[in-house]
Design a protein around this ligand. Structure first.
Ligand code: C5P
Length: 226
């Protein structure tokens, strides 16, 4: 437990992924994108035709989580690539369908339990930046520095819309906003590991702020920590 850990939790689209990878590069630490684990469970479940709402499929979903053959390829500059049993699924796990499935499977306690030790095993020297929803509250309660990164739902929808409209012409801002509000509600209201700031987390609201300015603020906190 001697290896340093910094946690970044918060809702989707608040900018924590960008912040986390910038910090990991700067410090030369490992990066745990825990959302990618839930996305891999979602992708596997979709491919196997498992339904999180069906009682009989739940154990099979947890089983898939226990046996995920995942590999994070070290970041060579444009983000960490994600492999599942030898297949590069970096883009596949970002689809809307997989986002939805990940969020539905993340509600299942058995799935979360299956991923718990897996996630803790990422805390190795020289250090770990862990990005997710429950990094500071459940997975790494003893973390050295905890951040809760947030932004208004409208701002997060606008950022997502800007990303998506580069890819397809039919991106719809209202629909994206609705999906964000629904996913926030599901993440915050679930019984197991709901999204909330750890009592000792620093809250970073990135609404109306550039990525560079957010990174600078976090650098300040890291320096204070020494
Ligand atoms: O962060 P990202 O959008 O990739 O996460 C995908 C889904 O995984 C989220 O909607 C959330 O429900 C779930 N998740 C979680 N706990 C984490 C990380 C992600 O429940 N630590």
């Amino acid at each position: 437990n001697s290896s340093p850990v910094m946690t970044l939790d918060g809702p989707g689209g608040a900018g924590k992924g960008t912040l986390a990878s910038a910090l990991a590069r700067e410090l030369g630490w490992y990066l745990l994108d825990s959302g990618a684990l839930y996305r891999l469970v979602g992708l596997t479940a979709l491919r196997r035709g498992l339904d999180p709402a069906a009682e009989t499929d739940r154990e099979r979903g947890a089983e898939a989580a226990r046996h995920l053959e995942l590999y994070f390829e070290p970041d060579s500059g444009d983000g960490q690539r994600v492999h599942l049993a030898g297949e590069d699924v970096t883009e596949a796990i970002r689809s809307d369908l997989v986002s939805e499935a990940a969020s539905q499977w993340a509600v299942q306690a058995a799935v979360r339990d299956a991923l718990l030790q897996r996630q803790r095993a990422f805390a190795v020297p020289p250090g770990l930046i862990a990005d997710g929803r429950d990094m500071g509250t459940v997975i790494f309660p003893e973390a050295d520095l905890k951040l809760f990164v947030t932004a208004s739902a409208a701002e997060r929808a606008a950022r997502r819309y800007a990303q998506l409209s580069e890819l397809h012409a039919d991106a719809n801002l209202d629909r994206i906003y609705q999906e964000i509000v629904e996913r926030d509600a599901r993440d915050a209201s679930r019984a197991v590991a709901p999204l909330k700031p750890a009592v000792d987390a620093h809250v970073i609201d990135t609404t109306g702020e550039t990525v560079a300015a957010s990174i600078e603020r976090v650098r300040g906190l890291v320096r204070e920590k020494g």
